[in-house]
Design a protein around this ligand. Structure first.
Ligand code: PMP
Length: 304
């Protein structure tokens, strides 16, 4: 419990984190009818009186969009306002992670999204590395990513994460760090909570929006950065056979940041990773607000 930030936002007010509790009958707990966000913040290395949040607007916008699948009208501006106040009340002193969540809070049964109560909460925790920044081994999962025709994949819907959980645990139990899921077309899709890029012959390649991926914000940042740096980039379907012999490959997400893939199944990838390293270090500098050209991606929150 120690790593949680002391104040949560719950049922329209700020309360001590241990008091933010739900009933076992909560609808979303049974049916996965929630949607969440996840964003990172750090104490500004140049000014300990302020906190830097990475791409706050975009994260709030995505959560607001996810909420719409649940017929829950929650404007991005409202989420943003709550998150800023949440940070100011908690005054985090190291790097941290914020988890905003919208869900059906009703106590009745029956899967549905109409005639039902909803709620929005926010909590946070101190947060270091999610995966080893040195690199990870990946198993190609026997579980496939859901398809857009059976699931609103552009939302970060909590129920979808059963597939991620199955894939991750299957990978870890068989000695790997992480899982890579294929989509039902048999193309490389993403990891359990990260998007994927490969490098071949100096070109960055990442599955496009027609490949059942989550619209990752780190992915979007990497694409923008690569284009600005003049790195050739294409969004297209990626075959498993390309991944196995890639010159470089990496996973990216809010929690993981940019993490190199060292090995896929029994195939070792090269240890020299110039593009991965360039993008990783640029992104790290941006999140610390050391790149003036990307200041608009960093939300500065004064603590007093
Ligand atoms: N895919 C999935 C399934 C995820 O859960 C995440 C984490 N939100 C990502 C990709 C990466 O998204 P982002 O960069 O927005 O964190």
């Amino acid at each position: 419990m120690d790593d949680f930030l002391p104040i949560a936002y719950f049922q329209n007010q700020f309360v001590p984190f241990p008091e933010a509790k739900l009933s076992i009958a909560t609808h979303a707990l049974h049916y996965g009818t929630g949607a969440f966000g996840g964003l990172r913040g750090i104490l500004d290395p140049q000014n300990s009186n302020q906190v830097l949040l990475f791409r706050l607007e975009r994260h709030c916008q995505r959560l607001s969009q996810s909420a719409r699948y649940l017929y829950y009208d929650l404007p991005a501006e409202k989420i943003q306002k709550v998150i800023i106040e949440f940070v100011q009340r908690n005054r985090p002193q190291t790097s941290f992670y914020i988890r905003p969540f919208v869900y059906t809070s009703d106590l009745g049964i029956a899967p549905r999204l109409h005639n039902i109560e909803t709620d929005f909460f926010v909590y946070g925790m101190m947060f270091g590395d999610y995966l080893s920044p040195d690199g990870v081994s990946c198993r190609i999962s026997s579980w496939y990513r859901q398809e857009d025709r059976s699931f609103p994949l552009r939302g970060k819907i909590s129920g979808a994460y059963i597939t991620s959980a199955l894939a991750k645990t299957e990978a870890v139990k068989s000695g790997f760090d992480e899982a890579i899921l294929m989509n039902t077309q048999g193309k490389v899709c993403e990891a359990s909570g990260m998007n994927i890029f490969i490098v071949r012959n100096g070109q960055l390649i990442t599955p496009g929006f027609d490949q059942d991926i989550l619209e990752g914000i780190t992915r979007d940042s990497v694409i923008t950065l690569a284009r600005d740096l003049g790195i050739p980039l294409v969004e297209r379907a990626v075959d498993r056979s390309e991944l196995l012999i890639a010159d470089e490959a990496f996973l990216c997400g809010t929690a993981a940041k940019v993490v190199p893939i060292q090995r896929v199944e029994s195939y070792e990838l090269p240890q020299q990773r110039p593009l991965t390293e360039l993008l990783r270090s640029k992104l790290a500098a941006i999140t610390e607000n050391r790149e003036p050209a990307y200041q608009s991606w960093v939300n500065v929150v004064p603590l007093s």
